[in-house]
Write a protein that binds this ligand. Structure first.
Ligand code: SF4
Ligand code: SF4
Length: 183
């Protein structure tokens, strides 16, 4: 879709939890699409979608990875759905230091749903494509364009700190120098 002047296209995935069977095909497809090389491996721990599951009560809730947060929040609300108690964290979209969700297990970097950004663009994201139950439905709508958002402060520092923790400062600096030479 080509948005009009002053407009932008917002991409959304609508979730119908009543249709979700907890098959986790969406997690597998997401991790495969984002593996390097693409589709070379499947690892749901690297997916940008996570299905909160309770097999006993047949409740499944797909959650998409949202923004990174540098510290855990104070609030710990509890939700009770059909007699089963869930922590607020279960439904939180953030990658945060207090849990493993949406943290890339190898690099420690935060994972965020990028709507399967691709060139050329996909007709619809992979998680939607593989969801045979149609619990996920892709949609586009036009909204008025806002002022360009600034990058979150400290984002670069968070990424570099995670890389240095994983690989050591010298290895990171050496790799950055190599990349600089390649350009
Ligand atoms: S692929 Fe669809 S039905 Fe299966 S877990 Fe994901 S959202 Fe639910
Ligand atoms: S839209 Fe793409 S990146 Fe986002 S959760 Fe679905 S498969 Fe993963």
């Amino acid at each position: 879709m080509n948005p009009g002047i002053g407009m932008k296209t917002v991409q959304e995935i609508l979730v119908n939890v009543d249709k979700c069977t907890g098959c986790r095909a969406c997690e597998m497809a997401c991790s495969a699409f984002h593996s390097n090389p693409q589709f070379s491996s499947i690892n749901p721990a690297k997916a940008r979608i996570h299905v909160v599951s309770n097999e006993l009560t047949d409740e499944y809730v797909p959650i998409f990875a949202g923004n990174h947060t540098r510290s855990g929040c104070d609030g710990r609300h509890v939700y009770t759905i059909d007699g089963k108690t869930y922590s607020e964290c279960s439904f939180c979209r953030a990658s945060c230091p207090t849990r493993e969700n949406f943290i890339e297990p190898d690099s420690g970097l935060a994972l965020k749903c990028d709507m399967c950004e691709s060139t050329p663009p996909l007709k619809q994201p992979w998680c939607v494509e593989v969801c045979g139950e149609h619990a996920l439905v892709y949609s586009e709508r036009e909204v008025e364009r806002e002022e360009p958002a600034r990058a979150a402060p400290g984002q670069l520092e968070v990424g570099l700190q995670a890389l240095m923790k994983q690989h050591g400062m010298e290895a990171v600096i050496a790799r950055l120098k190599d990349i600089g030479k390649e350009k």
